[in-house]
Ligand binder design. Structure first.
Ligand SMILES: Cc1ncc(COP(=O)(O)O)c(C=O)c1O
Length: 428
């Protein structure tokens, strides 16, 4: 097959006419599919429905230690739930606080707390002239929205298959006192799907920040979200590595069961050093009397332990795999060799990240929308919604059925082809 890059103008014009007629046919079908957000599919949610039956009015509502979950207490979460989340996050229970229904909420609070009160006694960030955050790109739009909302300057750090460009991370963190944090999704990253290499994790732990209140925001949202049974990515434990490197307080780890039980009605947790936990709890005790312990109990009674969580996620993997394969097969079959895009086959997580020819992403997303397929907005994977190359598109295959996903993937490749031909013709 001839690459689009090798085609002359006449060949491209002929191809364009052909693609346009296919485009018209698809438009006439009047499809309506939404792949904008990485939401679990309905069949995944169904798997957690029995959780709603594990507690009822005749249930024993006490924790193992005999604390009544219906009442105040256990600000840092009920013990058995801290154990469950600790095992999921591969840390010790004493390093965990179980919070409410959303890890994003903890991240927001962590930044808000640092702005208002500083970090373990440092100057509150809102008293500083400038606060900067490093943002590996493409990344998670909602991370960037948090730092943007607080007026924190965001700096793009390119990602590759091993994680963020660590030379650049070291340069900024070790030399610029205004750099207070970095957003990371270390496993099955949103959206690139890659997991950080051991070397990357070790280099993170070995950072020597110019700012004592610099922290790594390690959002391990997809820690047990494997797509395949036989290939599980494994990343080094950042809390251990930071401790070994003599920087025990340098990292906050976040996770939740949003994409395990119910998004919006799951449980979330933060794991970090004892010193960080003490500071967080000293502020949290003013903010709240405690989180929803009945939901914590419900989760523990349903999943029981880490093996229960893993068994549940195996079923998620089985449901998600055909949807991912529907996209990946279509990309492989239709775009390989054309030199108009690249993508990575993820082994877990929720996304396929597609890099189109520079200058094409917005056009592709607009064309897909015109044909009834709604994708995440182009640019959303970058701070301020600005992809400097207008190239990255996040595909979220989880919500549609595999059949819908296959249909949507056909539309997507058609739009990629047409937008690429238009771009190449512009440049001729
Ligand atoms: C990287 C990442 N972190 C956090 C979240 C949201 O987690 P929660 O529902 O616990 O706030 C998502 C959801 O898409 C995500 O992709």
């Amino acid at each position: 097959m001839k690459s689009y890059q090798e085609m002359n103008k006449n060949e491209l014009l002929e191809l364009k006419a052909n693609l346009e007629s296919k485009y018209k046919e698809e438009k006439a079908k009047g499809l309506s599919l939404n792949m904008a957000r990485g939401k679990p599919g309905i069949s995944q949610l169904e798997l957690a429905m029995p959780m709603l039956n594990v507690l009822n009015s005749s249930s024993d509502m006490n924790t193992i230690l005999g604390n009544d979950t219906r009442n105040y207490g256990d600000l840092d979460g009920i013990g058995e739930c801290r154990r469950l989340m600790a095992d999921m996050m591969e840390v010790e229970k004493d390093n965990v606080i179980v919070c409410g229904n959303s890890s994003l909420n903890i991240m927001y609070d962590t930044i808000a707390r640092s702005m208002a009160f500083g970090v373990n006694g440092s100057t509150p960030w809102n008293k500083l002239d400038k606060v900067k955050f490093l943002c590996p790109v493409p990344g998670y739009d909602r991370h960037f929205k948090i730092t943007e909302a607080f007026g924190i300057e965001m700096i793009n750090i390119p990602m590759d298959e091993n994680g963020p460009d660590m030379d650049l991370v070291e340069k900024y963190v070790n030399n610029d006192e205004a750099v207070k944090g970095i957003w990371c999704v270390p496993k099955y990253s949103n959206p690139t799907g890659i997991s950080y290499s051991d070397e990357t994790v070790k280099r993170f732990a070995a950072l020597t920040p110019a700012a004592p209140d610099f922290r790594i925001y390690w959002d391990n949202a997809y820690c047990i979200h494997h797509l395949y049974e036989d290939v599980h990515d494994k990343i080094l434990n950042i809390l251990d590595e930071c401790e070994k490197a003599g920087h025990p307080d340098m990292v906050y780890i976040f996770a939740s069961t949003s994409k395990i039980s119910f998004p919006g009605s799951g449980i979330s947790a933060i794991a970090t050093s004892k010193a960080n936990l003490d500071f967080i709890l000293s502020k949290m005790t003013v903010q709240t009397i405690g989180h929803d312990k009945i939901n914590q109990l419900r989760h523990v009674r349903f999943f029981k332990d880490i093996n229960g969580l893993k068994a549940h996620m195996k079923k998620h993997g089985e449901l998600l795999r055909p949807k991912f394969e529907a996209v990946l097969n279509e990309l492989d079959a239709e775009l390989t060799g054309l030199e108009i895009g690249s993508w990575v086959k993820p082994r877990g997580g929720y996304f396929v990240s597609f890099n189109a020819l520079p200058g094409c992403a917005k056009n592709i997303v607009a064309k897909c929308k015109d044909l009834g397929v709604v994708l995440t907005g182009a640019g959303a994977t970058y701070p301020y919604g600005k992809d400097p190359l207008d190239s990255n598109i996040r595909i979220a295959p989880s919500f549609p059925t595999p059949e819908e996903m296959a249909q949507a993937a056909k539309i997507f490749v058609l739009c990629v082809k047409l937008a690429s031909v238009e771009k190449l013709l512009e440049d001729k």
